[in-house]
Ligand binder design. Structure first.
Ligand SMILES: [Zn+2]
Length: 321
């Protein structure tokens, strides 16, 4: 979790929704100035020990093509696609780039991977899922929602969101768009249906797809916990997953305890804000893309058999603990 707090002068929220009545130019400049960009892969695994760097949006990471994601578009509600300034400043594509220079492609058991990276410790605050198409070797679509906790007081939510998303300049977006977890799950299931991924629900798996997560926490702990807090049944498609760190360990025969160390090991630059869930998910998708192109076979690494929710079987002997 990000513990860096913006100085008071920076804490006003400028990342306004597309419908706000600020003059477009002023709005865009404010948005640009407020997004922070971390380019170094030498940062530690946890953001608690680094300070965000304010960068000129025109030259982040010496990668002129990088732009911050439009966090309204990622949630399917951008209303400014006909505004050239907005489109120029913010990324509205879900692609994680070409892998054409990486050749050792092999067949996979799944046609689709759902890259998921939740944010929030007490309750889930952000739920981003990228749909990665193995044949196209790229992200086809994104399901992204900010999640409003149900059991936390309004004051605690405000403090939490200011501390976490305020540091990225997007606390306003969070407040404007966050919905309850049960609504997120309803919308997520409609999205799964749209992509015909809900086929084998009874067997506890997706239709021709598998979740890819960095670690086990998201699906082993966070989702069951949030379902209990929100008083809903644990959806059957969350019963098995691929922990990319275990596949990485077995394929490359080297240990990477987190996303940043996997990226370092593969020399993939970190783009966007570490611990902004949708940016982390995109970085994990870049690692996934690289591993697929290197010839890694992605198999299910953990499964929750019928019975008590905390009973999880780990299917790889050699794994990150
Ligand atoms: Zn937009």
């Amino acid at each position: 979790m990000a513990t860096w707090r913006a100085p008071p002068s920076l804490r006003r929220t400028f990342f306004a929704p597309p419908s706000i009545s600020l003059p477009p130019l002023l709005l865009e400049q404010n948005q640009s100035n407020r997004r922070t960009i971390h380019c170094s892969t030498s940062a530690t695994e946890d953001s608690a020990t680094f300070s965000p760097v304010q960068s000129e949006i025109t030259n982040p990471c010496r990668n002129s093509s990088w732009k911050p994601m439009c966090l309204y578009n990622s949630q399917g509600i951008c209303t400014k696609m006909d505004d050239p300034l907005h489109v120029q400043k913010f990324n509205h594509s879900f692609s994680v780039g070409s892998a054409s220079d990486l050749k050792k492609f092999r067949g996979q058991e799944f046609d689709y991977f759902l890259v998921l990276d939740l944010e929030g410790k007490v309750e889930i605050l952000e739920f981003p899922v990228l749909l990665f198409d193995v044949e196209k070797m790229d992200v086809l679509d994104v399901f992204h929602r900010f999640v409003r906790p149900t059991k936390m007081s309004g004051q605690r939510i405000n403090e939490y969101i200011e501390g976490k998303y305020g540091a990225f300049g997007i606390d306003r977006v969070w407040h404007d768009t966050a919905i309850k977890f049960e609504e997120v799950i309803e919308q997520f299931e409609a999205w799964l249906d749209k992509h015909k991924l809900c086929g084998n629900e009874r067997a506890g798996r997706l239709n021709n797809g598998a979740f890819v997560i960095c670690g086990n926490w998201d699906l082993k702990t966070a989702i069951p916990h949030q379902c209990a807090v929100s008083n809903i049944k644990l959806p059957p498609y969350f019963m098995e997953w691929i922990n990319l760190k275990d596949v990485y360990l077995n394929f490359y025969n080297r240990r990477a305890p987190g996303m940043l160390s996997m990226m370092r090991g593969l020399q993939i630059p970190l783009l966007g804000n570490h611990h902004l869930g949708v940016d982390d998910a995109r970085n994990i998708a870049r690692v996934l893309q690289h591993m697929l192109a290197d010839g890694a076979l992605l198999k299910i690494t953990a499964r929750r058999p019928p019975g008590p929710r905390d009973n999880v079987q780990f299917l790889f002997q050699n794994r990150i603990r």
